[in-house]
Each structure stands twice: as C-alpha cells, then as structure tokens.
Write a protein that binds this ligand. Structure first.
Ligand SMILES: Cc1ncc(COP(=O)(O)O)c(C=O)c1O
Length: 375
C-alpha cells in the first residue's frame, strides 16, 4: 500500500462544486485583485477568529513581516522566538530588519518555552513571536503575562494551527497581530500561496492594508509599500474551504487519536503531547524517535514501505548552512529541546481525507520498525 503525505486532490473532489462555484463567480465578476471575493473572505476570516479585522496578503511570510513593520519593529529591535520552527518565522524577522533572538522550546509541546523568555529580554526587545507549532497553541497566557510585564508586543505565527485554541484562550485574543499561511498544505490551504493577518488593532489593519497595496489607500496616491495581496481566486477557494475547516480539523483529531492508540506500545518512540484543555488541530502528527540515531533509518523504512512520512524540521534554523548569513541573530542559553526535536522528528501522513486503512497501515509499519530496534 502507498500512503500519501498530502490529500489535496481528494479534498478538492469532496467539495469541488463549492470551490468551482466560487472560482467561477470570481471569473465572471471581472474583478480579480482586491475585488468583492477578497472582501467577503476577509469578513469570514475576521468572524471566524472573532477579531475586528482580517487582511489577506500574498503569503504567510509576508503576513509576519508586514505585521512587524506595521507595529514599528525594525532595525535594532529584537524579536524572541525559537529555532525548531519553519524557517520563515526567523526570515520574516530578518526581512523587517530586526534581530532574531532564539530561546529553547518546551520539551513536550515543542512550542516556545515561556520559562526561557525572560532571560532573553534586553532593552532592545520589542516582541515575542510564538509559533503555534504542528497544530497546537503555544502557552499564550504565560506569554501575554511576560509581554505585559515587559511592555512587549506579541505577534502569533499561526501558519500551522488554524482552528486550534488554548485552555481558556482563542488564537488572536492575546496578541497584537496573528499571521496565517494559506499555502496548499496548511489546514486551510488554497491552490497556491496566500496568507492573512487577523487583529483587533486598527493601526495594524490600516498599515498592513496600505503596505500590501503599494502604500496606497486611495487610487493614484502612494507611500512606501509593497505588492502582497491575496488574489480573489484564492479568496474564493478559501471562502469555500473555511466552511469545512472545523470538520476537517475534527477528522485530523480522529486520525491523531487512532495513531496515538495504535502506537501507544512503541518503546522507541515519543508520541505527540496535547496540553489538557487545548484543541490541537494536528496540522502535523509528529512522533520522535527516542534515539536520534534511529530517526533517519526509521524514516527510510517507512518510505521504503510506501508510507510517505517526512520531517518537520530536521535542520533547525541555527543549524542551517551559513547561519545567520550576516543577519542579526542571538541564541540565549543552550537549546537542547529544539535540537532534540530537529534530530528525532518524523511526521506521519496526516490529512482529513486519509482512510482508516491508510492510517492503520502507517501504524503497522511504524510498529514493525519499533519491534526491530527495541527500546
Ligand atoms: C510556522 C510557519 N511560519 C511561516 C510560514 C510561512 O508561510 P508561507 O509559506 O505562506 O510564506 C509557514 C509555512 O509555510 C510556517 O509553517
């Protein structure tokens, strides 16, 4: 059996009528950039998050650095995050001209460890950038407390956890801006690139809107800006898909529970941890080999047996060749958890349209590997 890692076509076929209808509506409208479909989707996005504003942009990376710029973060400012995230989190800090300051991640959730943040704060610190990694929220209550104490901004990198929530907090509730990616593989993804900022901050809304559109709020009038807009065709796809996001996330949770029950006896593996009271939406179902030396052979075994497992992310940002490429970066303290996560992670196939047979086959192959290595 071959188990794919992504199910984009399966998802398209399941809701093809709704997607095609929205695409057709855009095509027939004659308005493809900053048109009515984008406006409609922005309203749906803000309503989904319970925020006052949502602004569609070109991709999740732009959502981050446009938010940083709108909040006045630039050269000389420091933003605290961690290195076992997708590269774009740090990249966006550097694009904004700021310094990326890395602290360790939590050993269980792999999100930023709030207990490590205060030691990294200096007079130059401007913001904390928590990443809701793999589908689970970072500890936003603790992060907000630290931010309030030190008068820092908080920008949530929510590329991976659309539809998740914490214990008593929602995404976008405790931050200045929340940034999302709609690249196809995300829980809410379009057929290409896209991104958005959701916020309750009127300045972020106004400035990101202006920056994404060549610094323009009014035809022919410009200030410094960029071109980073969410196209209406993508907005139409996303408007159709957002109606199914909660059901899709529920299905991911069902497959995650099946993986966890099936792999419970595996001696050589650590399984994902869900914080009590949180809704983990399993953008990725990431297991770890207890022994880093087992990771590559296990991945090869799964792939050889038709299970298209992958790694997110096997090379942490500070381990990338050439780091930090002349950009401003600082690591505070040892970061063994981020390094362990990079060395040991394996992402099992995870998307709502998987079949039970595919999940069970993937579990069986992981267990077969586990039996060969023992503890
Ligand atoms: C954690 C994280 N941040 C930022 C991004 C950047 O998003 P995009 O690829 O849409 O620029 C991604 C995904 O690609 C991501 O996973």
């Amino acid at each position: 059996m071959n188990v794919p890692f992504y199910g984009h076509q399966r998802q398209y076929h399941n809701i093809q009528k709704e997607i095609d209808a929205n695409i057709s509506e855009v095509l027939e409208s004659g308005q493809y950039v900053m048109g009515p479909m984008l406006k409609r989707f922005e309203q749906e996005l803000a309503a989904y998050h319970g925020t006052k504003y949502a602004i569609g942009v070109g991709n999740g990376t732009d959502a981050l650095w446009l938010s940083f710029m709108a909040l006045g973060i630039g050269a000389g400012d420091e933003c605290i995050t961690h290195t076992n995230t997708f590269f774009a989190t740090a990249e966006a800090i550097w694009i904004a001209g700021a310094t990326a300051v890395f602290v360790d991640s939590d050993p269980k959730t792999n999100c930023i460890d709030p207990a490590r943040i205060e030691a990294a704060i200096t007079p130059k610190t401007k913001a904390i950038v928590p990443v809701h990694l793999y589908g689970q929220c970072a500890d936003m209550k603790a992060i907000r407390r630290i931010a309030d104490k030190h008068k820092l901004l908080v920008i949530e990198d929510n590329a991976q956890s659309f539809g998740a929530h914490g214990d008593g907090f929602k995404i976008a509730e405790l931050s200045d801006a929340t940034c999302t990616s709609f690249i196809i593989q995300k829980n809410l993804g379009t057929f290409g690139d896209g991104g958005a900022v959701v916020t309750n901050n009127a300045t972020v809304d106004r400035v990101v809107r202006r920056l994404r559109n060549h610094g323009s709020e009014k035809r022919s009038c410009h200030s410094y800006g960029f071109n980073s807009r969410l196209d209406d065709i993508h907005a139409g796809v996303l408007s159709a898909k957002i109606k199914h996001i909660d059901a899709g996330n529920d299905q991911r949770r069902t497959w995650a529970a099946r993986y966890t029950a099936g792999l419970a006896g595996a001696k050589s593996l650590t399984l994902p941890y869900e914080v009590p009271g949180y809704r983990h939406v399993f953008h990725l179902y990431v297991i770890e080999t207890k022994n880093p030396a087992h990771r590559d052979p296990m991945l090869a075994f799964l792939n050889k047996n038709g299970v298209d497992a992958k790694c997110h992310y096997p090379i942490a940002i500070h381990q990338q060749e050439g780091y930090p490429w002349g950009k401003c970066a600082r690591i505070v303290g040892p970061i063994p958890n981020s390094e362990r996560n990079a060395a040991c992670c394996i992402s099992m196939p995870m998307f709502p349209e998987l079949t039970q047979e595919e999940v069970d086959y993937s579990i069986a192959k992981a267990l077969e590997w586990d039996r060969t290595v023992g503890a």
